[in-house]
Design a protein around this ligand. Sequence first.
Ligand code: ZN
Length: 494
Amino acid sequence: MAKRIFITGMWHETNTFAHGRTGLDDFQAYQYGEGDEMFALFADTNTEVGGAMTAAMELDLNLIPGLFAGAVPSGLVTAEAFQALVARTLELLEGAGEIDGVLVHLHGACVAEGTTETDARFLAAIRSKLPPGTPMVATFDLHANLSEGLIAQADALVGYDTYPHNDMGARGAEAAQILHRMLWSTRRPAKILRKLPFAPPPQVQGTGSEPAAGIMAKMLDMETWGGIWSASIAWGFPYADVAHLGVGVLVQGDDHGHATRIADDLAMTIWRQRGDFDAGLVKVEDAVRSAMAAPEGPIILVDVADNAGGGAPGDGTTILAELIDQSARKAVIVLCDGAAVRAAKALGVGAVFSGNVGGKSDDLHGPPMPLVGEIIFQEAVRYQRRGDYMTGQWIDLGEVAVIQADGVSVMLTEAKAMPFDADHLAAAGIAAEMQQIIVVKSAIAWQAHFQTFAKGEIYVDTPGVCASNLKRFEYTKLDRAIYPIDDDGIWPAK
Ligand SMILES: [Zn+2]
């Protein structure tokens, strides 16, 4: 008889500095499936559930679906949403009958109102309903903020090894294989977690480039050593005010001492290189000045802090204010501002717009900016992506207006424009290649398209919920110094 494995998941990367809350409707709007719907959602996809489904067939495991709930990165999860997800998961678990093992897919940086150990609580709730000795394996994102509390709840845990995350399926399969080993014996691995007082911003965590690439290669080699079940490095999600913030090295193996030595070695390797994880940020005045002085454009000014795809509003005005101040020429910036677009629509093309733009969604991304200029474009914009990323997807920007304020073109949109390519600019009559300066509100995703023609890029030190300069945030729950939030931390810890 095939062993019966309950599979379920809750996935959210919570920006505790972002305004607004994440409710059950946000999970339902992004990724939500119960029972067979969950399988339909992920069959043949490069995701944890998809990978586990494929592995389960090979291993002859009978997967019993619970639910999978995922929401895009955003503010705190409401207490009601978290309680509802736990309650529904336990209901499905109870209805599943006798279970031989459990697979749980987590993010590892979820924070709900009232508890910073949200992922651990999710596992604990499931654990409380299982007969003693039932093996449970969990997966987590490379951006997880691992904690001892979380590690204690599962018999083994497996994290993504790549950023951008393209090994989600492989890790789901690995989790199923590790669980399979545990089904036939009472042997469990020793789990050694080393937490470093170090929290690099996502912008420098890419595993395709140094210093992360070399460290991950060393870890993957150690993972093949005898007696080691699995090793992971979770680089952490720094936009979370939680005590367990920061890089976590997790090594699981037969022998406690052996796993400990490997975890310490990896942790020390990372610690020694902490200074190499440098975001290379430039002050906004200097960034605009050098972009204007560059012999050839376009120069990309990267506004990571207002990353429209990372939970930020996409209406930050810090760089716009500087462009106007320094009388920039051939510069373009896109702001999400429905009210300003509607005001421009009422005036019509050719009229002079005079009013505040941007900075309206919160007080973290610069104030609303007074702007005067001619309305040179006004239409509803809907287009299909042609670039490599999300090709073919329809993008609806709602009503769009372009205000020409001397040399600066300000494109106002009702919906957030994610700058994965320049199609959104072209749709409003703006030729990206002809610009001297293009502001993008993105961390990494802009590169694939804009780097094909840009003559340079500058990462700008702007304020916002996704800022790479972590000194801009006020952390209240850290119980030790953490680099680079503080100028140094102390390692090894006592
Ligand atoms: Zn991630």
